[in-house]
Write a protein that binds this ligand. Sequence first.
Ligand code: ADP
Ligand code: MG
Length: 340
Amino acid sequence: MGGVDLRALGEFGLIEAIRRRARVDRRVWRLGIGDDAAVLRTRPHEELVFSTDALVEDVHFRWRTTDARSLGDKSLAVNLSDLGAMGARALGCLLTLGVPEDVEAARLDGFVAGLLRLARTSHCPLVGGDTVRAPLWLISISVVGAVARGRALLRSGARVGDRIFVTGEFGGAAAGLARLDAPGAATPSERRLIRRQLRPRPPLGVGVALARARLAHAAIDVSDGLAQDLGQIARECGVAARVAVERVPLAAGLERAAARLGLDPAVLALSGGEDYELLFAAPRGGLSAEVYTRRLGCRVTEIGAFARGSGVHFSREGRAYTLAAAGFAHFKPAPRASDK
Ligand code: ADP
Ligand code: MG
């Protein structure tokens, strides 16, 4: 794409530049970018899964604290996370891109490079989209995936007595975000937290493996905070979730970073968003966390269980624990001073 001005390049020039760089597997897609629509070859015994997620400048990201490549990568990663949480493997994606007409060529180039790189490594080709002029950057990505018929991991399958498992570790992305806004140079350990915020790495194969082996009753990717997303499962399933806070795995370096930022690591781990780990419910007599960890090739921790009732209930060392802040939601009323 070089150093070309979008006003000179134009909408079609930009689309053509993207098209040249996008690689599509013809065995999966009969048509990719270039016609009125992309054409997917479907297979019997499979169901298709669709999801979409948007990122808006100054709502989801700020150019002051992110680089274009990371943004391209993250825009697709958060969508792949949704597919993974359904137990689906990715087939392809569509990109709606709104950019200001005086957009920096290097920014555009970096964004497309970051997105297409992850598209390649995750076998999720870019097969179409739309390109528009906008006052701020707007990135909307839609993904399509496939899962064996009847095997999709829903939010609604958890039962009383099921155990609650999570992959990976929590609080890192939220601490990274807070660190991005703090002054001074970040330590190497803080830079790893920042990287979790800018370049989330959802455990994409885990949902697929769980669905294939019928190991989970329900699953969700944790994007809006553990407390909130677990609450979604509890609500959908008509059960209560009980979680032992001391069992929730904290991101490496979280406690030290939180102390420097004046934040509570437990609140970051339970309410902070964007960790993109997978949470799943599995039957009582099923595998242990150690066996999951070995079989899935990814750290898995048991943090609690579902019980009769409703809501999410935390305990810490056996005592009831009240969480100070809920997770992320758009359009929620601004917090009052007395909430702080
Ligand atoms: P139409 O006017 O029919 O909507 P467009 O000119 O917008 O067609 O798009 C032409 C082709 O380029 C289509 O295949 C469309 O999916 C693709 N396309 C447009 N914008 C993008 C983009 N940002 N990323 C990938 N493909 C795109
Ligand atoms: Mg169009």
